[in-house]
Design a protein around this ligand. Structure first.
Ligand code: 4AD
Ligand code: MG
Length: 451
């Protein structure tokens, strides 16, 4: 019997015998009676197993260590006055796999740093146990949101010939044999994708509304709490949509995901609110119920200039790339909530963004949120062939490898827009967990490659 199922229907099992398997979270006992907190992996909370001297292996059971796997058969008894709605009075306990004494998870609280060294047992510690289920629930929220609205899910390649963002932050892909001769992928230049955007755009021009959802890779050697070398990204692309439509979609999606997680990962979110960030539920609930501000980059620079004494980097000028402290100031101090910054200077943004009539800015939008900073980056795409070719020339880009991308502008091109949501950052935002290394099952950052 699975505990999740049992929790929904336990009243009808009152007084009956049930069999559960799971892992021991704690085992306390006195001479004649003992209590095991058992977790079978299907719910966040444990089930209490009570055992006494009626067990023929009482001595063995009283020595079961934390982390061990076991099976129990016993009578389910409803306990309406206790914290737990029911308990299991053990009649038979079978130890399936004892946990050795050097098991690294002990009762005390371990630091996040320590836990990162042991990713193979990390999912059994409460914070991670809650996080990785939340991760699964959030994936489902995203798929449900887009599938309900008729978006087609496209699998874009991980191995690619282009650097979509043009930022030069790519990992090269090669074979062992080619690497010996300093060549690339079977003689061709190849790298791990930094974004699926360029590959998903052709699908938007066939299916109208599409999205990718998969791993992306960035070779930036930045050791921050928000950057990973491998992270997951959701990249929707909408045909016949402009920047305002794009922002509407982002806002609707974020709100949907918040509500979905509050409903489907209730125990996990309550755990984060009690142990990690007291405000997290209140904060995201508020976000789900208010409208997101929209502010131009130019306006943001005005705010930053007025407050420049507060920053480490005080060199504020129009055209600068905002740093994390500046982004956080805008969403935490000026707006106190999520804010879209729009119309960035073209020189600090990617080549594919649509140039505005002022010829200085592009139709871009970044969604900034308190605590995390940039959560989403998006734009309306440049659909005018000549303008795009000129922009690529201006930026010194090679046209040849992206001719197929340019061709889309000649083969029934239309106005279209899209964005990228950082999946790992969304988990940070929901839970209040402050480091991206603690929302990833196997963190991949410059100094964190542990098997
Ligand atoms: O702003 P970015 O670089 O945008 C793109 O890649 C576009 N091609 C998206 C699109 O329009 N289809 O990245 C999008 C988001 C960021 O806002 C951030 O949340 C996340 O991806 N992100 C990272 N997350 C973790 N570690 C990193 N190194 C990240 N770099 C970006
Ligand atoms: Mg960005």
């Amino acid at each position: 019997m699975l505990v999740k199922k049992l929790k929904e229907t336990f009243e009808q099992y009152d007084g009956q015998s049930v069999t559960l398997q799971g892992w021991v979270r704690t085992n306390r006992n006195s001479k004649a009676v003992g209590f095991i907190a058992l977790n079978d992996g299907t719910t966040f909370s444990n089930v209490q197993v009570v055992y006494g001297e009626n067990l023929e292996n009482f001595d063995e059971v009283s020595k079961i260590t934390t982390g061990s796997a076991m099976e129990v058969t016993g009578k389910l008894v409803c306990t309406p006055d206790a914290k737990q709605p029911f308990e299991i009075q053990a009649e038979n306990v079978c130890v399936l796999g004892l946990c050795d004494h050097d098991y690294p998870l002990q009762k005390k609280r371990h630091s996040f740093e320590f836990m990162r060294e042991i990713p193979h047992v990390r999912p059994r510690a409460n914070t991670y146990y809650a996080m990785f289920r939340l991760r699964s629930v959030l994936s489902m929220a995203i798929h449900t949101f887009f599938q309900d609205r008729g978006f087609v899910y496209v699998n874009t390649p991980e191995i690619t010939g282009n650097d979509a963002e043009g930022a030069g932050e790519c990992f090269t892909v090669t074979t062992r044999e080619d690497a010996k001769y300093d060549k690339d992928f079977f003689g061709k230049h190849a790298q791990l994708t930094v974004s699926g955007q360029l590959h998903v755009e052709p699908f938007a021009l066939a299916y109208r509304n599409v999205y990718t959802f998969g791993p992306t890779f960035r070779a930036e050697n930045s050791n921050t709490t928000r950057h990973a070398s491998e992270f997951w990204m959701i990249e929707p692309e909408l045909a016949f949509a402009d920047l305002a439509d794009n922002m509407d979609c982002i806002e609707e999606m974020i709100k949907y995901c918040i509500n979905y997680c509050l409903e489907h990962a209730k125990e996990e979110m309550e755990f984060f609110a009690s142990m990690i960030d007291k405000e997290c539920i209140k904060r995201v609930t508020h976000v789900a119920n208010s409208s997101f501000e929209r502010m131009t980059y130019t306006k943001a620079i005005e705010y930053l200039e007025k407050a420049k004494d507060q920053f480490e980097n005080q060199d504020i000028f129009w055209g600068m790339d905002l740093q994390s402290e500046h982004e956080r100031y805008i969403c935490e101090k000026v707006v106190n909530g999520p804010v879209f910054l729009t119309d960035y200077p073209k020189d600090i943004k990617a080549f594919y963004m649509r140039i505005n009539d002022d010829n200085k800015t592009v139709a871009a939008c970044d969604l900034l949120v308190p605590y995390v900073g940039e959560l989403v980056g998006g734009s309306q795409r440049e659909e005018r062939y000549d303008v795009l070719v000129n922009r690529m020339k201006e930026m010194g880009m090679e046209q040849e490898t992206l001719q197929w991308y340019l061709d889309l502008r000649r083969f029934g091109g239309c106005k279209h827009s899209g964005f990228g949501l950082g999946f790992d950052r969304m988990l940070m935002y929901l839970s209040g967990v402050a480091n991206i290394r603690d929302v990833q099952p196997y963190p991949r950052t410059p100094r964190n490659l542990i098997f």
